[in-house]
Design a protein around this ligand. Structure first.
Ligand code: COA
Length: 340
């Protein structure tokens, strides 16, 4: 049975069953990734930015003869933002290729269509069945990144120390667990906005925040979802500008592996060793602040050669393609209607 599902009010055993299915998917599709822990899954699914909504459905087994609820076999959610619906979909490996993935996706697509959204986007992990699934439905691959993983056990901390110190005079590097102080939010947002103007073709399914209030909201939303942000900034001492920034998030759901978010060096401040210095400083700080942390993962456009070079120097190893797929909602709904 497929039904709409609200993670805010769902009983704890349904959240537990969701975690089991999610981990069965991780173990099957990306066995190199850490399993999720029983921590902040409800909040991860329930919390959104102001003005955004996430609508969820689940597929579950029939209840047993004793009335005990059946296992959760599949889940889909659509995050409605701007004019796009961003979908996350998973089906337990034991019941794949029975049409459940399509049934769940049809729910999310019809809702997005009825609410006037124009397109659907989804992040698809390379070399998993999801690629064939979305392509069979007419989704178009719009953007590809490479995911790379750094194992902290392989880091040469002495060399890293040199990188952290190798920044030109006139800049100060600062570390802010939880997010920058309020007086730095504006210059921080400004540095992010500058890069936004460069069209990199990215669909922004993981949107950054460019205006100060949205940035505050975004940091608060991360924390509510159990995603602890850490920020390192390079401040240009003469002007007080944020010349560079790097953001890493440690999820309560898998605290052994952190996610690298944006790293930005403002145009006027390139060529002064800022990129290397802030990333190296971040790794030192994380080692102290997050004792369970073993790995950091990052995503880069294949064309972003300078960033790939710095990551390789730090010891990141490329592991998988990460693709953004998209489709027009009306076209997808039409396909589903023709199949019913
Ligand atoms: C993608 C996914 C949702 C598909 O679910 P599913 O229930 O197996 O999909 P369906 O049965 O509806 O498949 C529909 C069509 O997609 C295509 N398809 C799905 N899986 C496929 C596979 N492994 N190989 C080739 N084609 C496939 C087929 O055309 C299939 O139709 P068919 O079975 O009649 O040939 C499922 O594999 C999944 O949960 N993957 C994990 C996704 C995820 O969240 N990843 C993030 C963490 S890794």
């Amino acid at each position: 049975m497929v039904r709409e599902w609200d993670p805010r009010t769902a009983p704890a055993d349904e959240i537990g069953s969701m975690l089991d299915t999610l981990n069965a998917v991780v173990a099957t599709d990306v066995p190199e990734d850490p399993l999720w822990q029983d921590s902040f899954l409800r909040e991860y699914l329930a919390e959104t930015m102001p003005g955004e909504r996430r609508i969820c459905w689940i597929a579950e087994e029939e209840a047993g003869p004793d009335g005990r609820p059946g296992r959760l076999l599949g889940h889909v959610n659509v995050l409605l933002l701007g004019d796009i619906g961003v979908v996350e979909l998973l089906v337990h490996p034991s019941v794949r290729r029975t049409g459940l993935g399509q049934r769940l996706l049809a729910k999310a697509a019809r809702r997005a269509y009825n609410e006037g959204f124009s397109s659907i986007g989804v992040e698809v992990v390379g070399n998993t069945p999801a690629v064939a699934f979305y392509e069979s439905l007419g989704f178009i691959r719009e953007y590809v990144e490479t995911r790379s993983v750094l194992k902290l056990s392989t880091v040469d901390w002495l060399t890293l120390g040199e990188m952290a110190g190798g920044i030109a005079a006139g800049y100060r590097v600062e570390f802010y667990p939880g997010g920058p102080p309020d007086e730095l939010i504006e210059p921080y947002a400004k540095a992010k906005a500058e890069v936004r103007d460069i069209d990199d073709g990215d669909l922004d399914l993981r949107p950054s925040s460019y205006d100060p209030q949205r940035l505050r909201d975004s940091l608060a939303c991360l924390r509510r979802r159990g995603l602890q942000p850490y920020i390192v900034l390079a401040i240009h001492e003469k002007t007080g500008e944020v010349a560079g920034l790097t953001e890493v998030v440690v999820p309560a759901q898998h605290p052994t592996r952190a996610d690298q978010y944006d790293t930005i060096v403002a145009q006027d401040h390139r060529g002064y060793g800022i990129d290397r210095a802030i990333k190296a400083r971040m790794l030192f700080e994380l080692r102290g602040a997050e004792p369970k942390l073993a790995e950091v993962q990052t995503w880069n456009a294949q064309a972003n050669e300078p960033m790939l070079k710095v990551n390789a120097e730090l010891g990141f190893l490329a592991d998988r393609e990460w693709c953004e797929y998209g489709i027009d909602v009306a076209e997808l709904v039409h396909r589903f209607n023709n199949r019913d």
